[in-house]
Design a protein around this ligand. Structure first.
Ligand code: ADP
Ligand code: MG
Length: 340
């Protein structure tokens, strides 16, 4: 075999393998970009579970016509400029990979206008083939359309599931996001019908959102926790032990606003519940952990589902102690309650 440099489109398609698993991953990347751009409202239109169309429109700061081509180039980002920035990154994105990856495996159109710009502009990319930037009217903000995901990668397309399933993944992820960002209005439509609307109604997680996302039962049994020590803050809601689940389906953990999975933190929560829950039952919670971004490495995986804490042991113990205390009252003199 001869060693050769791969063409850009193929490089992007390889990266897409890590970042773009299914329509829900595209929705995640596009909505995170909207949030990083300071959007107050994000509209998400879907067709056929997102496979046929994903359109995300925001009222954020927009992309200048002169930067559209750069925005869809690999390793181009406005969010970090140095290793020092990377180590303290506070935005959801920073890898500069999402747009070129998505654009290499779909029919992609980005249209945008910055607030100070007189005109908007648009750029089309077809399966990685980048077109010309042309003027187009657009309100302040950005719209990205992703059609026919994986149309040029049959091997990936084959793994897409039924419309319902793909839509379900998108809804799961949006629910996760809605809990973390009650200040942003989210509207979702599917196949032309409005399917969901999260009003942006406050800085704090409103009870309304909690009810909508997790149900009345959870809300009725939820206890508020909020504790800070050693530069760490843990706040949110945990369910009384009486309300428990057969699976881990109502466990939401955010680190500096980013939804993640973390074995050490889940373990700490589980341990806090150990003597108040029947074996095999799962607690329900929505927890936000906040700490200096320099104490957590978010650059662990391209899809950023995981982080690495610099002082994992300390955080484990902090979470355990905070929740153990909060549950102390329910524990006092009470045997575990029967599975509900
Ligand atoms: P990253 O988010 O890691 O920077 P992306 O490929 O997702 O990489 O986006 C590349 C760049 O395009 C971003 O850094 C940002 O400057 C710009 N961008 C993308 N989406 C938006 C948006 N909705 N609003 C404003 N700028 C955007
Ligand atoms: Mg991004």
């Amino acid at each position: 075999m001869t060693i050769r440099q791969l063409p850009d489109t193929l490089i992007n398609q390889i990266a897409a393998g890590e970042v773009v698993e299914r329509p829900a991953s595209v929705v995640k990347e596009l909505v995170e970009n909207a949030l990083d751009a300071g959007a107050r409202r994000v509209d998400i239109d879907l067709e056929e579970g997102g496979v046929r169309l994903i359109r995300v429109r925001d009222d954020g700061k927009g992309i200048g016509a002169d930067e559209l081509t750069l925005a869809v180039s690999r390793h181009a980002t406005s969010k970090i400029a140095s290793l020092d920035d990377l180590e303290g990154v506070a935005t959801l994105g920073f890898r500069g990979e999402a747009l070129p990856s998505i654009a290499s495996v779909s029919r992609f159109v980005v249209s945008s206008r910055r607030v100070e710009a007189e005109h908007g502009a648009t750029l089309e990319i077809d399966g990685g083939r980048v077109g010309e930037v042309t003027p187009r009217a657009h309100p302040q903000g950005t719209t990205i359309e992703v059609r026919d995901l994986f149309f040029n990668v049959p091997a990936r397309r084959k793994f897409l599931k039924a419309e319902r399933t793909e839509l379900g993944h998108i809804e799961d992820w949006l629910r996760q996001l809605a809990l973390a960002r009650p200040d942003v209005e989210l509207r979702v439509s599917h196949n032309g019908k409005a399917s969901r609307r999260w009003k942006g109604d406050g800085d704090l997680l409103s009870d309304v959102r909690l009810h909508e996302a997790l149900g009345e039962e959870f809300a009725r049994n939820a206890m508020r926790v909020d504790h800070a020590a050693a530069g760490l803050r843990l706040h949110g809601w945990i369910a009384q032990p009486a309300y428990n689940r057969a699976s881990a389906d109502q466990q939401y953990l955010y680190v500096n606003g980013r939804a993640i999975r973390d074995r050490s933190v889940s373990h700490a929560v589980k341990q806090a519940y150990a003597d108040v829950l029947f074996h095999g039952r799962q607690p329900a919670y929505v927890l936000f952990l906040e700490l200096d971004p320099r104490r957590v490495d978010v650059n662990v995986h391209p899809a950023k589902h995981e982080v690495r804490f610099r002082d994992a042991r300390l955080i484990h113990d902090f979470v355990y102690r905070t929740l153990h205390e909060a549950l102390a009252e329910t524990r006092a003199g009470n045997a575990p309650l029967a599975p509900g």
